[in-house]
Design a protein around this ligand. Structure first.
Ligand code: GLA
Length: 396
């Protein structure tokens, strides 16, 4: 199985590489260097990153790949193979391109320049196989690809954390999403076969080899697209900050919701909106669940891991309200089929559920999920088996 998967990864990358090579030749009549960065999964710890809490992501075998070569000009000439779209833009703040895909590349250049990095014009062609808007961080994969590549090509000596932060600032300043650090961190720091527990306040991290013998980790994509910028993501973050600020008045040591307890939250129940209270209640529970899952993993106790995943789904659906009918339905099917753990993954508002399934229950679960989901919503979900893979890298 592992061998088959790695052959598949190889094939995918090779096909994409061939496609971008051909296009790069056609457009620029030369050859550049090739870089790749992955999307991510997250076992548990959603919406905890911007609350200073813990997350538990891993990089996956799907991502973005780009060919790049400095062009001696003062502009970037970029082509997206998947969107069949071309953009040209300068590197000054006022040169921001209109196309949203190009803003990610522009944003990364700007963020490097703002940090004193000497980025000049380049030509680039890129493609990806991480589904867009499915909660697997296609945008972080794109940002990390360019942050990593420009750092390497221009010998900027930017450390890996700063590369991740460059991606995050791109989201904040050029794409309208006030995201945390999880996605970019996972895309840069990913390591084959390991999940990573990250403390999003101290930025301490630990690799956990993840090989749940007898289980499979599978994503079911509802195919409901999420759009974090236009969604309520930023509003959720605001609610958390409101709650933390109210708690801080009584407990000055509380920097983030990560530092708060339910008792502290209850003290300010009447000072904050019912909505902000509910959001904070979810976050305080979720921060603890990540730690519980780490303990359970160290004991090989996947039943507890799974139970925590269900608790997270409940919280994301009923307290944080970032699920949707389709994802709740997939979660219900998982429960009915005896799946060990299942929950909505990533920012929410659409995208995938992540499921930890015993091997002997896998076939029946997938069959039932496809049948019931298609009957109810008129279209199939998509299935991705997860292979935990390496982070940002140079391919050639
Ligand atoms: C998105 C954001 C992350 C994180 C998750 C939810 O993926 O980019 O920073 O907040 O949502 O856990």
């Amino acid at each position: 199985m592992a061998r088959l998967s790695s052959i598949k990864i190889h094939l995918n990358i090779n096909i994409m590489r061939e496609r971008i090579r051909n296009k790069f030749q056609e457009l620029f009549a030369t050859e550049g260097s090739v870089y790749a960065s992955p999307g991510r999964i997250n076992l548990i710890g959603e919406h905890t990153d911007y609350n200073g809490g813990f997350v538990f992501p891993g990089a996956i075998d799907k991502g973005m790949i780009a060919e790049i070569k400095p062009n001696g000009l003062d502009k970037v000439r970029a082509f997206s193979v998947d969107l069949n779209d071309y953009a040209e833009f300068g590197l000054k703040e006022e040169d921001a391109p209109k196309a949203s895909w190009a803003r990610y590349i522009f944003g990364v250049c700007r963020e490097i320049i703002k940090r004193g990095g000497d980025v000049k014009g380049f030509d680039t062609v890129f493609a990806g196989d991480v589904p867009l808007g499915a909660g697997m961080s296609s945008s972080a994969a794109l940002e990390s690809t360019y942050a990593f590549a420009l750092n390497d090509l221009y010998n900027l000596n930017i450390d890996k954390f700063e590369l991740a932060k460059i991606g995050q600032s791109t989201e904040h300043n050029y794409c309208g999403v006030n995201c945390g650090i999880m996605d970019q961190f996972a895309s840069v720091f990913g390591a084959k076969g390991s999940l990573i527990r990250l403390d999003c306040r101290s930025l301490e991290y630990k690799y956990f080899p993840f090989n749940p013998v007898g289980y499979k980790l599978v994503l079911l994509d509802s195919v409901v697209k999420h759009e974090l910028a236009s969604s309520a993501y930023n509003k959720r973050r605001q609610s958390c900050e409101n709650a933390a600020a109210a708690i801080r008045r009584n407990h000055p040591e509380v920097e983030f919701l990560r530092d708060a307890t339910m008792d502290m939250l209850d003290e300010v129940k009447n000072d904050i909106s019912a909505e902000d209270y509910m959001r904070a209640e979810y976050v305080i529970g979720e921060v603890q669940r990540v730690l519980d899952v780490c303990d359970a993993l160290e004991k090989g106790d996947y039943e507890t891991v799974g139970q925590k995943m269900y608790e997270t789904h409940y919280g994301m659906s009923k307290q944080y309200e970032v699920s949707c009918e389709e994802l709740d339905y997939l979660n219900d099917i998982a429960k009915k089929c005896g799946v060990t753990g299942s929950r909505v993954m990533g920012g929410g508002f659409g995208g995938c559920t992540i499921n930890l399934v015993k091997e002997e229950k896998y076939d029946a679960f997938i069959k039932e999920a496809f049948k019931s989901y298609t009957e109810k919503f008129g279209h199939e979900p998509k299935l991705y088996e997860v292979v935990i893979s390496d982070g940002a890298r140079k391919l050639a």
